[in-house]
Design a protein around this ligand. Structure first.
Ligand code: IMP
Ligand code: MG
Length: 180
């Protein structure tokens, strides 16, 4: 598995520090609110698990699964909800927890769907952001861990064809892996 990694982009230590920092900021901002963390499966599970433990104010969690990629490295632009939330979200302050903001199409679609259900507020927290690749102009992350260059990355939850999610760091995948 590690032979498929060109180089480590974000180390375990850097990830840990950043997640603590995001947790501190979110805890300050959501004091006294009714926070619901919505993790977008599956890429954000590791980030979610670490982030929620860095949050010191009460919060609830829920999960959604969407697909737009298949096994490719570029978005098809078509978003499909595969698993919806378990509850009504009126009166909740929603924080969408995402692994990476790339073209932005997934979150642009999700924001519209969720905003239509009238939560008290709705924001995005993304671990990674590739601003150079943005196509959807109506989406921005309120909390963002790292801006990264336009390279396909895996690890810390992120996959290529469902693999590499268990790497403890974020690494750049060798193009030879997906150009085969
Ligand atoms: P968007 O709709 O183009 O913003 O795509 C967001 C989704 O694409 C993410 O939640 C990831 O699942 C996937 N994705 C985008 N870039 C990468 C990457 O570099 N590595 C792994 N998955 C990625
Ligand atoms: Mg994925």
């Amino acid at each position: 598995m590690i032979h498929d990694i060109e180089r480590i982009l974000i180390s375990e230590e850097a990830l840990h520090e950043k997640v603590q920092e995001l947790g501190r900021q979110i805890s300050e901002d959501y004091r006294g609110r009714r926070l619901l963390l919505v993790s977008i499966l599956k890429g954000s599970v590791i980030f979610m698990a670490d982030l929620m433990r860095a949050i010191t104010v009460p919060c609830e969690i829920d999960f959604m699964a969407v697909s737009s990629y298949g096994d490719g490295v570029k978005t098809s632009g078509e978003v499909q909800i595969k698993k919806d939330l378990d509850r009504k979200i009126e009166n909740y302050d929603l924080l969408i927890v995402e692994d990476i903001l790339d073209s932005g199409k997934t979150l642009s679609y999700l924001m519209k769907v969720l905003a239509a259900r009238n939560p008290s507020s709705i924001r995005i927290c993304t671990l990674l952001d590739k601003p150079d690749r943005r196509e959807a102009t109506d989406v921005a992350a309120h909390y963002s861990g790292f801006q990264i260059p336009d390279a396909f990355v895996v690890g810390y939850g992120l996959d290529y064809a469902e693999k590499y999610r268990n790497l403890p760091y974020v690494g750049i995948l060798k193009p030879s892996v997906y150009e085969k």
